[in-house]
Design a protein. Structure first.
Length: 251
């Protein structure tokens, strides 16, 4: 076994190679995305533009603001385009050090993480954004006019999209915690009311301060929590131990 192990420097060299491949993939994705920067930004700003008044537009207050905003949009898009390569390089780096059972688990976990993150970002973009932006624009009046800038919108939108994506990872996090014995199904059921309170508090912090938007985020979190309980019931440590007792040959 010891003779088959690579020295530490070899692992560092492999890591360096993998990171270079990821960087090249991001650079290629960035170049491709830059040719469509205006269209990409138009798609990103659609939830805001759709609720703005007729003739209203986004502005930029500094001379280089529009240029750097488009660069950031192309960069974020380049990362998304390069994500298959990034996941592949990550898999190729960690797979040799995993047992066969761990390899079978890691790949589905990566796919599920990506699925829930994208689902959360889509939920924020298509459901929460229009109502949230409409609430903010509602403060405009005859003497007050909303003039959102490109830089501020990009920063605000990307933070919210990442926040929704991370929040939707809740079922995977709780299921993993249950699989190693940190939480149990009984614990999750017993503390459901406290989880509900945390969801509304978190929604109030992450979303615009209106009741409708907060409920729109808290409700799917409640649903995800119930999904987490099902996952904990199936993959929980106690459940696995009972299966192994019932079928020792399988373990």
């Amino acid at each position: 076994m010891s003779e088959d192990r690579l020295p530490f420097t070899a692992h560092l060299e492999e890591l360096r190679t993998r990171l270079i491949h990821c960087s090249v993939a991001i650079a290629v994705g960035f170049v491709i995305s830059y040719f469509f920067k205006e269209k990409l930004f138009e798609i990103l700003t659609y939830p805001l533009i759709s609720v703005m008044g007729k003739g209203d537009k986004l502005i930029f207050t500094g001379l280089p603001e529009a240029f750097f905003t488009y660069l950031k949009v192309a960069f974020f898009s380049g990362i998304m385009l390069a994500m298959p390569v990034i996941l592949y390089e990550f898999w190729m780096f960690v797979a040799p050090g995993l047992y066969k059972k761990e390899k079978h688990l890691l790949f589905p976990i990566i796919l599920l993480c990506s699925f829930f993150f994208i689902g959360g970002a889509f939920f924020g973009y298509f459901i929460v954004f229009p109502y949230g932006f409409k609430f903010f624009l509602g403060f405009a009046s005859d003497t007050i006019k909303a003039l959102p800038s490109m830089r501020e919108y990009l920063s605000f939108a990307t933070k919210l999209l990442v926040a929704f994506g991370l929040v939707f990872e809740l079922p995977l996090v709780i299921t993993c915690m249950a699989s190693i014995g940190i939480v149990s199904v009984d614990f999750l059921k017993k503390n459901r009311k406290y989880a509900l309170l945390l969801f509304f508090v978190g929604s109030a912090l992450l979303t615009p301060p209106d009741v409708v938007t907060q409920i729109m985020m808290a409700f799917p979190l409640m649903l995800l929590y119930e999904i987490s309980i099902v996952g904990a019931r199936i993959f929980g440590k106690k459940n696995r131990a009972e299966k192994e007792e019932a079928d020792p040959a399988a373990s």
